[in-house]
Design a protein around this ligand. Structure first.
Ligand code: GLN
Length: 544
């Protein structure tokens, strides 16, 4: 059985618990330990699939098709932990399971209660991951903030686990905020209250991670330790990073967080090797070139909505020894009347249209795609982005002015993106989304085949609509390259523009698999094309 670390948060939300838990995972792995990650979300939704990206950020999809909280994306980027439905626990799932058992009569007439039945189900799920072969440490992040009504059963389950296993086998790490008030003074009171709150639920933090604008000085560290019953050396300063989140594991290591955690858990481990992470940080801080990429989307205001796409672009930049300048372009800000969007696209050397659902912003995305194709700017369409590439090609190159997806124009004359026939029948029953990993075959001789350098790939999907096979021949005749298909050839998975420096659309989500240490080949290749575009335009600038 593994040892357990529970990461909770206090004072307010959005302090970066996910990054804290992930960075701790990185550090422990860098010392040769096998780590598993779990996210607990105390909301009643069964999964994140139905949640609005504006409220909750992107939905991260695992290989097995689970639609999860975006923190699983952080775990993927920072650790090697396998991730599936089992690594994401919500109140909805826990209650659903307990109520199902109750209906089946499995509680033998007993009163079914939050304690012990809900807490037992939570513990069962956490222990199940910790029991996997060879796992040294399971890190469980409890979403929400200590003190929330929703978190109570989870904190109670954590208390029971620590009590059952002993504090040398299960510890609590609490992330808190040390705010700065006017005059620059740092205030510890909210942290004292937050820890009191934990103590009232029977939990004593073993490590305190303090979000501070700058490093905590010794006096303050001691004061916090005194009020909270935590060792002064286990009061860690989690100061804001200025360049990249990938520096967080290094900052923790500089304060010996890994050593402290291993001591508390009575574990011995090898010396840490963080060289890969140091290289990543060095590149993002010191690279001489910068790739400028415009993301044309509809959920632009909230950074978390396209989290994995943004991070994968950073990974592509790292692979090309470059920095990244992300230029977020609201699809609705694109001028459709005059089509004059030069001022927007002069700022960028690459255009990426990410995934999404619903009609809003679609025409702006199509216009951005047209601009990228006609002006030979590297253009990358992901999922909905690929679908808009198809619609644009049909309209501009094939002359089908009313081409559209049936998602937006159900009775249009040219439904180039549509539901498959068998899906139309089951529409009313829901569950028609293609989710999780699927294999695709790449066509030798195409750009995408060169990029992956293999014929069969496995990527994750999350979509309902497909390129209509009725129009396939017409697309091929008009010069569009269909470079990827499902192995039986039934569905289009990837397309490319002819006579264009880099125009690729994929029906799947490559961003979910990219990591800073192993950048996804498509993002690596896209950023290379973006940097080439910049080089090509330099002489033009010089002439002006
Ligand atoms: N809305 C489109 C579909 O359902 C695209 C989905 C996506 O981009 N994830 O097919």
């Amino acid at each position: 059985m593994s040892k357990f670390i529970f990461v909770t948060g206090g004072v307010c939300s959005s302090l970066g618990k996910g990054l804290a838990a992930s960075s701790l995972g990185t550090l422990l792995e860098s010392r040769g330990l096998e780590v598993r990650m779990i996210k607990i979300d105390p909301y009643l939704n069964v999964d994140a699939g139905t949640m609005n990206p504006y409220q909750h950020g992107e939905v991260y999809v695992t290989d097995d098709g689970a639609e999860t909280d975006l923190d699983l994306g952080n775990y993927h980027r920072f650790t090697q932990s396998p991730l599936s439905q089992d690594n994401s626990i919500t109140t909805g799932q826990v209650y659903q399971e307990v109520i199902k058992k109750e209906r089946e009569g499995r509680y033998l007439g007993r009163t079914v209660q939050v304690i012990p039945h809900i807490t037992d189900e939570i513990k069962r799920r956490v222990y199940q991951i910790g029991k996997e072969d060879g796992v040294d440490i399971t890190i469980t992040e409890v979403g929400g903030t200590v003190g929330d009504i929703e978190s109570i059963p989870f904190l109670e389950a954590v208390r029971q686990i620590i009590h059952e296993l002993g504090r040398e086998n299960a510890i609590s790490v609490h992330l808190t905020l040390i705010p700065e008030v006017s005059g620059g003074e740092l205030k510890t009171k909210p942290t004292q209250h937050s820890v009191k709150n934990m103590q009232q639920t029977g939990l004593q933090p073993d490590v305190l991670l303090c979000r501070v604008p700058h490093t905590l000085e010794e006096g303050l560290r001691r004061k916090i330790a005194l009020f909270t019953n935590v060792d002064p050396k286990a009061v860690i300063s989690a100061n804001d990073v200025d360049t990249t989140i990938y520096e967080i594991p290094i900052i923790y290591h500089e304060q010996n967080m890994d050593g402290i955690v291993l001591d508390k858990l009575e574990l011995s481990a090898t010396d840490p090797d963080l060289s890969g992470w140091e290289r990543v940080v060095h590149t993002l801080k010191n690279a001489e070139r910068t790739a400028r990429v415009g993301i044309v989307g509809k959920y632009i205001e909230l950074h978390d909505s396209y989290k994995s796409v943004y991070e994968a672009l950073y990974h592509g930049a790292i692979a090309n020894q470059a920095k990244l300048d992300l230029i977020k372009i609201d699809a609705e800000s694109i001028d459709l009347d005059t089509g004059d969007n030069k001022h927007l696209f002069d700022e960028v050397d690459g255009i990426l249209v990410p995934g999404g659902f619903g009609q809003r912003g679609i025409e702006g995305m199509i216009e951005a795609i047209r601009y990228g194709r006609e002006h030979k700017i590297p253009t990358f369409g992901i999922c909905l982005g690929m679908q808009t590439m198809i619609i644009e090609y049909a309209r501009s190159v094939m002359g089908l002015a009313e081409a559209n997806s049936t998602e937006f124009y159900p009775d249009g004359p040219h439904p180039v993106i549509s539901l498959l026939e068998e899906q139309v029948d089951v529409q009313n029953f829901g569950g028609t989304m293609r989710l999780g990993h699927n294999t695709s075959s790449l066509e030798p001789g195409t750009r995408i085949h060169d990029i992956y350098n293999k014929k069969t790939i496995s990527e994750r999907h999350r979509h309902r609509f497909e390129v209509s096979n009725t129009y396939r021949e017409a697309f091929l005749e008009a010069g569009l390259v269909i470079s990827g298909q499902t192995p039986n050839g039934a569905l289009v998975e990837a397309v490319e523009w002819p006579d264009h420096p880099w125009g690729i659309g994929v029906q799947y989500h490559p961003e979910f698999r990219s990591t800073p240490l192993i950048p996804h080949p498509l993002f690596q290749s896209f950023i290379e094309a973006v940097l080439n575009h910049e080089t090509m335009r330099e002489p033009a600038k010089a002439e002006i």
